[in-house]
Design a binder for this molecule. Structure first.
Ligand code: CA2
Length: 172
């Protein structure tokens, strides 16, 4: 069962102040992080995760920002510490993070803490609707920081996350 005593608390007032100081960002830089096993997209479990690959996803996201002035960087790792390192290195470099932490969604206080530490506006994305799957998938540590969570929209979840961050924080 999900620990019900926890509630989404993002962004903290400290982060709000920090991010407000940045003002409107003219050329947004967004980091898209995919967690363990998402490198297998398109190869297994097509009924849940679809038939398209991780490279297809990167092309779709890149096409979505084409001509908008938004820059994307992509990172996938099967290792929790590597994801923590990447989030730490995003500080002062990226204006937004889109993360599908995959299985670490349900276990990783380390990734939650790294996101909280860098104070970068974050959208959590899941290809499947984790709220209607096994009970162990229904709690997300990452949702305690992410300012928005998009579930069950497949690849569209990532482009919706890009739209959310650019509309909220970018120049338009
Ligand atoms: O729905 C999502 O996006 C998930 O984050 C995917 C994770 C799962 O552990 C989460 O509960 C929900 C699993 C990613 C595994 O991806 C695969 C892709 C193709 C074949 C096998 C696994």
């Amino acid at each position: 069962m999900p620990p019900t005593e926890y509630a989404r608390s993002s962004p903290t007032s400290e982060c709000k102040v920090l991010n407000a100081k940045k003002g409107v960002i003219t050329k947004m830089k967004i980091l898209i992080i995919n967690g363990p096993n998402l490198n297998l997209l398109g190869l297994r479990e097509p009924d849940i995760y679809g038939r398209r690959s991780l490279s297809d996803l990167e092309v779709i996201c890149t096409d979505a920002v084409s001509g908008t002035g938004t820059d994307l960087a992509f990172f996938q790792s099967n290792h929790e510490g590597a994801i923590v390192d990447k989030i730490q290195s995003a500080y002062g470099v990226f204006d937004g993070i889109i993360i599908n932490p995959a299985a670490y969604t349900h276990t990783s206080v380390a990734i939650l803490d790294a996101l909280k530490a860098v104070c970068i506006p974050t959208v959590e994305v899941h290809l499947s609707d984790i709220s209607s799957r096994e009970s162990f998938r229904q709690f997300s540590y990452i949702s305690l920081y992410a300012e928005k969570t998009i579930c069950g929209r497949g690849f569209d979840g990532y482009t919706e996350a890009i739209a959310y961050l650019t509309e909220k924080y970018g120049k338009h």
